[in-house]
Design a binder for this molecule. Structure first.
Ligand code: GAR
Length: 221
């Protein structure tokens, strides 16, 4: 186990329920800052009320200028890990490359199914019987990076996009702190082959055991 807690910075754009849930389940990590690209995000108030360092960076001139300001702010917080939690802005390739293997995201689908938006409705429209969420490492694509872990829910014939969203969110709130605590405890390791720009994940036996108990899916060994 690491001597010091993993220092994370959480990026949000809206409601902030994953950020709040992470703050309440931070055993092996600490939140060094919450950075938001939307001044009206309800999550900002929540972060502030939790006593977290909260920085809102709105778009005053161009999107490019806003992104540059966000990246400078994140860099200044010196994170071990950048955690996207409902951050609805595409990261620039250069920033991703600088932090390759150190940015993770939670996405409301069982990737590689349904990258992008409206995932719950798309799962219903496709007649899927199973849906869920994925925690994955961010690469230069949109929701394309290697999956760390997934949690599934059953899609029932009575489900709507809204009911499915609520069921998936319950799973998000279980799996995201579990993954980040496991990284903080050194039980999940993310390794980058700098030469080939490839990212690998390694899991301890404890992680395999806990994933089975918690009904989470890990990539095949
Ligand atoms: C969550 O469902 C998260 O999976 C999703 O936005 C929501 C944010 O909720 N993220 C994406 O769609 C990213 N592609 P929250 O603000 O309450 O955490």
């Amino acid at each position: 186990m690491r001597g010091q807690k993993l220092n994370i910075v959480v990026l949000i754009s809206g409601r902030g329920s994953n950020m709040e849930n992470l703050a309440r389940h931070s055993t092996h990590f600490s939140i060094n800052g919450v950075v938001c690209n939307n001044p009206d995000a309800p999550g900002l108030e929540i972060a502030h009320s939790l006593g977290l360092k909260t920085i809102s960076i709105s778009k005053t001139t161009t999107l490019k200028a806003q992104k540059a300001e966000i990246y400078e702010c994140v860099r200044s917080l010196k994170p071990d890990l950048i955690v996207l939690a409902g951050f609805m802005q595409i990261l620039e390739p250069e920033f991703v490359s600088d932090f390759l293997g150190r940015i993770i995201n939670i996405h409301p689908s069982l990737l590689p199914k349904y990258p992008g938006l409206h995932t719950h409705q798309r799962a219903i429209d496709a007649g899927d019987t199973s849906h869920g969420c994925s925690v994955h490492i961010v690469d230069s694509g949109i929701d394309t990076g290697p999956v760390i872990a997934q949690a599934a829910v059953e899609v029932k014939s009575c489900d709507t996009a809204d009911s499915l969203q609520k069921k998936v969110l319950v799973k998000e709130h279980k799996i995201y702190p579990w993954v980040i605590n496991s990284i903080g405890a050194g039980e999940i390791k993310i390794e980058v082959d700098d030469l080939n720009k490839k990212i690998y994940t390694r899991y301890s036996n404890l992680v395999y055991k806990e994933a089975t108990e918690l009904n989470f899916c890990l990539p095949e060994r």
